[in-house]
Every structure is written in C-alpha cells, then in structure tokens.
Ligand binder design. Structure first.
Ligand code: FO1
Length: 330
C-alpha cells in the first residue's frame, strides 16, 4: 500500500504514470482542500477533482484542471448576465457574516455566482452541483468523494484531507484574499506577505486519512505551501509522517520551479524557493526524488531522474524513481 499527498498539477501528473509501479487497488490519494471554494452555492474542490478527473482519464491534460473537451455554456451565460447586471469587476465575496453561515465545509471562501472568475465547464459544474447536493443530503465530503470516485471507477482510494473547512488565505499588502482569487483572478501577481490556513487549527484529518498515513507516503511535486501545506497543518499529520517512510518529489530543479506560484509562496513563508528549501520544509521526508540537473546536496538519500513530465512515459519514469526511493527507505 502507498499513500500520495496531492495538490494541483504536480502530483496528478505523477499519478498519470503511477500504474507502472503502484497498483491502483493499493493506492490512496489524500487531496488538499484548502483551495476549495463555494461559488454561487456550489462547492468546487479543485485538487480533489484534478485527481478524480486524471484517474478517470477525463482531465484536460493541457491545463491540468477541468474536463477535456468540456463546454462552457453556463459560464458564458453567467458572464453575459454579469455584464447586464453591471457586476463584471473582480470576484465578489459574500458578506462577512455569510462566510460562516450555511454549509460549514464552505466557510471563509464563499463567492457570488457572478461575476464568474473561475471558469467552470458544464460537465465540471455538474460534478460541483452533485457534490453539493450530496453534502446537503447529509454525506460527509469523504463519503461524497468516495461515491464520485466509485462512479468513475477510479480504483484508487481518493480522500479529501479533512471533513472540516480549511481555507488557504494569501495575505498581501492590500489585505487577505482566498488562494483562488490570488491565483485565478489576480494571476499570482500580488506580493505575498504570508499564507494562512484558516480553520486549520480546528480541522482534523479524517480517520481514513490517518489510517492511510500508516502506509509509506509519497509527497508529489505539488506546491509545498498551498498544496501540501494545508495537509501538513492538520493535527497529527506531521507526527504520522515522522513515523512512516516518506519520499518527496521536488517541484524545483535547484532554484527553478516547474510551474505555479511556489516561488513567491515559499519565500513568504521563510523558505528558500528551491530544493534546499523544500528539504527544510519537509523534515519528515526520508528520501527525495530530484531532477538529474539538480545538484543540490541533501542530508538524506536522493534518487535522480528527469522529473519533467509531459507525457505518460515521463510520468512513469518519475514514478519508478519514487518506487526506487521508497524501497531504499522502507
Ligand atoms: N485555474 C485557472 O488558472 N483558471 C481558472 O479559471 C480555473 C478554473 C478552475 C475550475 C475548476 C477547477 O477544479 C480548477 C480550476 N482552476 C483554474 C485550477 C485551480 O485554480 C488551481 O490549479 C488549483 O487550485 C491549484 O491546485
């Protein structure tokens, strides 16, 4: 058995090649939920869905989010409505008091439907509608995710990190904003002062997550701060990782990040945006997989390979390196 900790693009890309060495029936994926948002009443779980769509072979492999070939008719209709309503400026948060009303799981990240700032494809939106409705029927996010995973015959155990709300808030000189506003609406441009996982101190990992952390763990090449950070912030997760073999794949080549905002976020949290900073952020990691061109010297075992993943063969190569690193530390 093996458990992957997953955020956005990097770890789902690695999973693309995982079948080569990690049988699906023996694989658990714990997905970050700090990126989740409620938009117009629908709970959107980007990091859960990226794994769901990747393992169901539905993912748009150019963007690494959403469903390949999805239409955007509702999104376009909403943009048109926003124009007519005169509300086409940036994301509209619901009023402060409403941020903690309603579904508890969606606290602190509630947005109006218009203007639509995240592009939700029509099939993608259907998933959010069904997920939200199942939550309202009384299922936990873990149960809803299992039902969706079964419906798409995933054969991996896909777990949200928690059934409690955690919202990744990026603090900038102009105030705090949810990660999705920072990343999607603002294109990662605002200066980052710090990152807060609102709710993290009261949120618990589920029993299923804690059980999965008894198995060897792979921390994929996802953003260490906003993808993996919320998982690490949950009570008991770091302790569990200290007790089990952990291999981490660097999302950096030396001090160059493959994609996304890891650079600014690492710096804001006091880490060097590099493989060396990653090793500092992951003291529980027993071994690392680094790119062949990354000559960072670490105090723990390293397996090197070309870690750029543009197709399944690339991803399989990296998955094999992860397997080799795990074998060396377990
Ligand atoms: N990323 C974008 O850059 N623009 C979008 O409009 C956008 C919409 C979106 C909708 C659903 C979803 O599951 C993900 C979406 N993403 C979008 C990706 C998302 O912002 C991030 O990649 C992850 O949260 C990072 O892990």
């Amino acid at each position: 058995m093996v458990t992957f900790l997953s955020g956005g693009t990097g770890t789902p890309k690695l999973l693309w090649g995982a079948d080569a060495v990690f049988p699906r029936e023996e694989t658990t994926v714990v997905a970050n939920t700090g990126d989740d948002v409620e938009i117009g009443g629908l709970l959107v779980c980007p990091d859960v869905d990226t794994v769901l769509f990747e393992r169901a072979d539905l993912i748009d492999r150019d963007r690494w989010w959403g469903i390949a070939g999805d239409t955007e008719r509702t999104h376009e209709a909403m943009a048109d409505l926003a124009e007519r309503l005169g509300t086409s400026d940036g994301p509209h948060y619901l009023p402060d008091g409403r941020q903690t009303d309603g579904r508890r799981i969606a606290r602190w990240r509630r947005f109006a439907a218009v203007p639509p700032f995240m592009t939700l494809g029509d099939r993608d939106r259907a998933i959010h509608g069904v997920r939200t409705s199942l939550l309202d029927q009384g299922y936990s996010l873990t149960e809803v995710t299992r039902r969706l995973a079964d419906a798409f015959d995933l054969r991996v155990d896909l777990l949200p990190m928690s059934d409690d709300p955690v919202a990744s808030i990026v603090h900038t000189p102009d105030g705090g904003m949810h990660f999705q506003e920072y990343w999607v609406a603002e294109r990662g441009a605002p200066a980052v002062e710090s990152v807060e996982f609102r709710g993290g101190e009261d949120a618990a990992p589920t029993d299923a997550v804690l059980t999965a952390l008894d198995d060897p763990v792979v921390v994929g090449p996802s953003n260490p701060i906003t993808s993996v950070g919320p998982i690490l912030a949950l009570d008991g997760v770091r302790d569990a990782l200290e007790e089990t073999p952990v291999v981490a794949v660097s999302p950096f080549v030396g001090d160059q990040v493959f994609s996304g905002p890891a650079d600014d976020l690492m710096r804001a949290e006091g880490y060097d945006p590099s493989t060396a900073g990653l090793a500092e952020a992951y003291p529980f990691a027993d071994a690392f997989v680094l790119d062949s061109a990354d000559d960072t010297e670490l105090d723990r075992p390293v397996v090197r390979t070309d870690t750029e993943m543009n197709d399944r063969a690339d991803a399989s190569r990296v998955a094999r390196a992860v397997h080799e690193a795990l074998e060396a530390v377990r």
